[in-house]
Design a protein around this ligand. Structure first.
Ligand code: IPE
Ligand code: IPE
Ligand code: MG
Length: 258
């Protein structure tokens, strides 16, 4: 395999993305449990195998200048799962962040974690803090992991913060703009995703980036996350490249502005 640290670095500014390549890909990594059951293994074996898929996808994005990759790893609704699965998942997250930190550092990838981390064990919070700090100045790619994240939680927090500003007399309600709301979401420093992928066969958003996906191209596949390899990802990228993003315009306008 080509060592990704030997790939040419593209500076964060002065990027000239081909329209056909997504700048930001967001993924619901689903189907780990069913993959494992299919193999006659405990569900958690699917989560473990899913980490390998994450690693390959990160390397691919880094190599191909997909600058933002956002992965949904644990939703605010996943707390209702069996305690034992949650414990194994959090241990796995902790171990993976620690072991993969080197890959991120060597390849100039910044780790950012979004979501309410306070209910997680201190060991996981510490791993996240350590790796986030070690990679905070990296500029070749931004990897965002959503943990105990929910789109409704994100919008709710933004509403509360803005309401406080109004209550304190620092803001008039007429000053609540689209941009102001966006700036209070925990993805405020990311562009909206261009391409959304959900593996595992379900055709739903499951409370992921509700605001941010407003104009994202959606791609659903039956493939379980542990089986989602680079061929599958390239299939999604090719599908994306065929789409015409109109953002409310008509086809002729898009062609004229191209
Ligand atoms: C996604 O796989 C991983 C998490 C939600 C943590 P699942 O665990 O949901 O796997 P399925 O959907 O039950 O197969
Ligand atoms: C969505 O998967 C959340 C993550 C992948 C982290 P779920 O498996 O929890 O989604 P539902 O419950 O089937 O909608
Ligand atoms: Mg699932």
């Amino acid at each position: 395999m080509k060592k990704i640290s030997s790939m040419p670095r593209v500076p964060i500014t002065n990027r000239n993305y081909p329209v056909s390549l997504p700048h930001h890909v967001a993924v619901i990594m689903d189907g780990n449990g069913r993959w494992a059951i299919q193999q006659g293994l405990p569900r958690t074996a699917g989560h473990k195998k899913g980490v390998d898929t994450v690693r390959e996808l990160v390397k691919y994005c880094r190599n191909h200048d997909i600058f933002y990759l956002t992965l949904f790893a644990f939703s605010s609704e996943n707390w209702s799962r069996p305690q034992e699965e949650i414990r194994i998942l959090t241990d796995l997250l902790c171990a993976s962040i620690d072991t993969e930190a080197r890959l991120l550092i060597e390849n100039d990838i910044k780790l950012s974690v979004i979501g309410d981390l306070s209910p997680f064990p201190e060991s996981l919070q510490q791993s996240i803090r350590r790796t986030s700090e070690q990679t905070q100045n990296n500029r070749s790619m931004i990897l965002t992991i959503a943990l105990n994240y929910g789109g409704q939680w994100d919008i709710h927090n933004a509403c509360q913060a803005i309401a406080r500003m109004v209550e304190n007399g620092d803001l008039a309600s007429t000053e609540i703009t689209h941009q102001l709301i966006q700036s209070h979401l925990c993805t405020h420093d990311l562009p909206d995703p261009d391409l959304f992928i959900r593996t595992g066969g379900e055709i739903r958003i499951s409370n992921f980036l509700l605001w941010q996906l407003a104009y994202t191209e959606l791609f659903f596949t039956d493939t379980y996350w542990p089986d989602f390899d680079i061929d599958c990802f390239e299939n999604a990228l090719n599908d994306y490249a065929e789409r015409q993003r109109r953002f409310g315009n008509i086809e002729r306008q898009i062609k004229e502005s191209a």
